[in-house]
Ligand binder design. Structure first.
Ligand code: HEM
Length: 763
């Protein structure tokens, strides 16, 4: 996103950007009382607790009471301090910072400050002023206290922090004026300063002519055909994450979802922007580490009280800065190499450039830019790529993190979501048509972005004089447009703090800043609106649908409380630790005619037709024994019903050779040649291999793995009290060897089950 950008920017530092300082000024008693009572009524549960479950959306299944209490206390304290007038300044805008400066000079200065405030207090209408205090913002994300101040001071007020002063905008009409109607009067200000070291003059920080030229070059690269091509990239990347979660579910390990989402979106954006596979879900290589070092630095700079990176000698000797410089050098080198490779590809290809130009093998934005003949320096190209990498990475990761947090709190939303994913996706990787049908999933993302906007604040600086909300403002004003406040404003939203995807009708338009008249700004608005809005929406919808289709997600027992902090976007303070369990649906057990082959190799070709159903294996001790006696190989077949698209499980008992034979018949796209079977998984009972030579087993396994049998994801549980997963292990080709009993899941045998799921070959 502009996210980072915005984010970093967006997350102006409680310290460096806001400085420090203390105020002591008055709010008229009646106004203070009214504000306090409004706050009591409207007290926002802006904590990560996910709302109170009222309203159409969730059931509000509980948040941490200790956390809630701490939050309530903090807010009540702040509310009381605001009501006491502690934060209220009077007089013209320049007075408070100057008065604070004078007061620091000792008693004479204090006297001068008091006089100044008194004399200046009698002017015309002035922007309401609040004076920030460090103690009000420490220990929580900086945008949270701004919400209470907004309820007191209104849609525009000035916040003075020591010598610094900011205009805080929470009014949709003023936001529209700044972002859209008079956008040329505003630059990115502080944001550009903070991000210069990593984004240079990339699209997010750039202003003026550079921004105009680069935006005109980059926007066309994200055309409809490109975004459609990205859907399969989102699907594959999400599938990789599913595989990781499969393993965690099998191993019974909890997972930290925030970092996994960060990796998922890094993998996506690397391919999408410059065709580089970070594969960060699999490895932590140098370049992945370098990207994270750089991101952390951007966050640190946006929240640090002292800009140590600007101190002449220190910046050259500090180990931290050295590491950052090395990371940047590695990223730049990698980008230069990718640019060179791409240039060669463009020279060699004989595709004609046109509006919807796209190289199928490399649909990246970089490829489009080079093919378009974009006449730009390597440095500018690197700045643009780096900007999009950061913009498209952190925002999407944050959206997924908070969406899954909310889903864990609202199980009824989760159930609806899973229903939609089952119906629309079945076992397939999503297509663009599927994504359009995932309407409820899209509403969940829309609503998640309302409650947790990424970034929570947009930053601007006035470069001309202007009128905001009826108040004149001068040049050089630093402005924070609080998207958080706009999205939580109790006047605009019913149940503002409730996660309620139903507030957005399924058959209505996709909510955006235009149809919500700037009360909803998930992707900004006006000429600087996010260029990746459709990309990001599809990405998060695909990932969400694919994950919830396969897994249930709950907060892990003993997980640290989920609280917000600001980096480039809204982060959790201690991660999002979740327990992931595979969804086990009671299998529909058909009485299908299955071929059961005799145990002896001579009779391999002789097939006996007899009815075999899952129940015949799972329903009793005798039959289980029988299953093992046939040769120890149970093949699970997943049928895809042609008409309904529903999956049906059944099993057949086969001997080893038969199993291998079947595996060989699985084509590389996962379909068994003959019939409707789309995948298979083979489970073996180790003890039962005794009758087969090691050579035969080895050749069987290698033939399976060379066919890339798609049964890579296998869950097996063994009968309670037996060796369990300790004895189970994977072999080549995803075959699970387990010493225990294996049987098909069955509602009346919840402790006996196994399953596998369809994967396209090679995934
Ligand atoms: C859910 C994910 C995303 C969110 C919430 C998001 C949000 C935003 C917002 C709010 C802005 C406006 C910033 C401002 O006005 O200061 C923005 C700008 C931008 N975003 Fe995104 N973004 C997301 C994903 C992406 C992706 C995937 C890309 C690239 C592929 C991207 C590229 C950009 C760029 C280049 C800008 C700057 C546009 C300009 O200044 O002309 N964003 N984003």
């Amino acid at each position: 996103m502009a996210a980072t950008s915005s984010a970093a920017a967006a997350a102006p530092p409680p310290c460096r950007l806001l400085g420090s300082g203390q105020a002591h000024l008055r709010l008229p008693p009646s106004a203070a009382a009214a504000a306090a009572s409004a706050r009591r009524r409207l007290l926002l549960r802006c904590a990560a607790s996910g709302g109170n479950g009222k309203g159409g959306g969730g059931d509000g299944s509980g948040s941490d009471p200790v956390l809630e209490e701490r939050r309530r206390r903090r807010q009540a304290e702040l509310a009381a301090r605001i009501a006491s007038g502690e934060f209220t300044a009077q007089g013209p805008a320049w007075i408070a910072p100057l008065a604070v400066g004078l007061a620091k000079l000792g008693p004479p200065g204090e006297l001068a400050a008091a006089l100044l405030t008194k004399v200046a207090g009698g002017g015309g209408p002035e922007i309401p002023q609040a004076v920030g205090s460090m103690s009000a913002v420490t220990g929580q994300a900086f945008f949270i206290p701004l919400y209470d101040l907004f309820l007191t001071y209104g849609g525009i007020f000035r916040l003075n922090f020591g010598p610094k002063s900011f205009l805080i905008v929470s009014d949709p009409a003023i936001a529209k004026h700044i972002l859209r109607d008079n956008s040329k009067a505003y630059s990115k200000g502080i944001l550009a300063e903070i991000l210069e070291f990593v984004m240079g003059t990339g699209l997010i920080p750039a202003d003026g002519e550079i921004w105009r030229v680069r935006r005109r070059a980059i926007v066309p690269a994200m055309h409809q055909k490109y975004v459609t091509a990205m859907i399969s990239l989102f699907g594959y990347a999400s599938d990789r994450l599913c595989q990781k979660l499969d393993k965690a579910a099998t191993d019974g390990e909890d997972v930290e979802m925030e970092s996994l989402f960060s990796r998922l979106t890094l993998d996506v954006i690397g391919k999408a922007v410059f065709n580089y596979d970070f594969d960060s879900l699999s490895y932590d290589n140098g370049i992945v580490e370098a990207v994270y070092v750089t991101l952390r630095e951007a966050e640190m700079r946006s929240t640090s009280p002292i800009p140590t990176w600007e101190i002449p000698i220190w910046k050259d000797i500090s180990p931290r800065q050295k590491k950052v410089n090395e990371a940047l050098a590695l990223i730049n080198k990698t980008l230069d190499e990718l640019i060179d490779i791409c240039k060669r590809l463009v020279e060699e290809e004989d595709l004609q450039f046109h509006e919807e130009y796209m190289n199928e093998q490399d649909p990246s934005i970089l490829h489009f830019l080079l093919a378009s003949g974009d006449d730009v320096s390597s440095k500018q190209l690197r700045d643009d790529l780096m900007t999009m990498l950061i913009a498209g990475h952190e925002t999407s990761a944050a959206v997924l993190t908070w969406t899954f947090y909310l889903l864990s709190k609202y199980p009824n939303v989760m159930a609806k979501l899973q229903d939609e994913a089952d119906t629309v996706l079945g076992d397939r990787l999503p297509t663009i048509e599927d994504v359009k049908k995932l309407k409820y999933t899209t509403r969940v993302i829309n609503e998640s972005l309302r409650l947790y906007p990424q970034p929570p604040v947009l930053i601007r600086r006035s470069i001309e004089e202007d009128m905001l909300g009826g108040y004149p403002i001068g040049r050089g004003e630093d402005i924070f447009i609080s998207v958080w406040n706009l999205h939580h404003c109790p006047k605009h939203w019913d149940g503002a703090d409730v996660f309620n995807p139903e507030r957005w009708p399924l058959d209505g338009p996709n909510p955006n800043e235009t149809n919500q008249n700037f009360s909803y700004l998930p992707f900004g608005g006006g000429p600087r609106k996010c260029v990746g809005d459709m990309f990001a929406t599809f990405e998060t919808v695909v990932a969400t649908a694919m994950l919830v289709r396969r897994f249930d997600f709950q907060m892990a027992p003993g997980a640290p409380p989920v609280e917000m902090t600001t980096g480039a976007t809204i982060h959790t303070t201690e991660g999002l630790k979740m327990t992931v369990t595979r969804r086990t649906k009671p299998p529909v057990i058909p009485n299908l005619e299955m071929k059961v082959i005799s145990d002896s190799p001579e009779n391999m070709s002789t097939t006996t037709s007899m009815p075999v159903s899952a129940a015949s294996i799972a329903s009793g001790e005798d039959q289980q024994g029988q299953a093992y006696n046939t040769g120890g190989l149970i093949v699970c077949l997943l049928y895809k019903e042609k008409l309904s698209g529903r999956s049906i499980w059944t099993t057949a008992r086969l001997n080893l050779q038969q199993g291998f034979q079947l595996a060989k018949n699985v084509s590389t796209d996962g379909r068994v040649m003959a019939g409707e079977v789309i995948t298979s998984a083979i489970f073996l009972s180790r003890e039962k291999f005794s009758g087969h030579s090691p050579e035969m087993m080895a050749s069987g396994f290698s033939s399976i793995s060379s066919r890339r049998l798609p049964s890579m994801n296998v869950d097996a549980r063994h009968r309670k009290g037996q060796s369990g997963r300790r004895g189970a292990r994977r072999l080549a080709g995803g075959i699970l060897l387990g010493p225990g009993h294996v049987a098909v899941d069955k509602p009346d045998h919840p402790d006996l089950w196994f399953g596998t799921e369809y994967r396209p070959a090679g995934r």
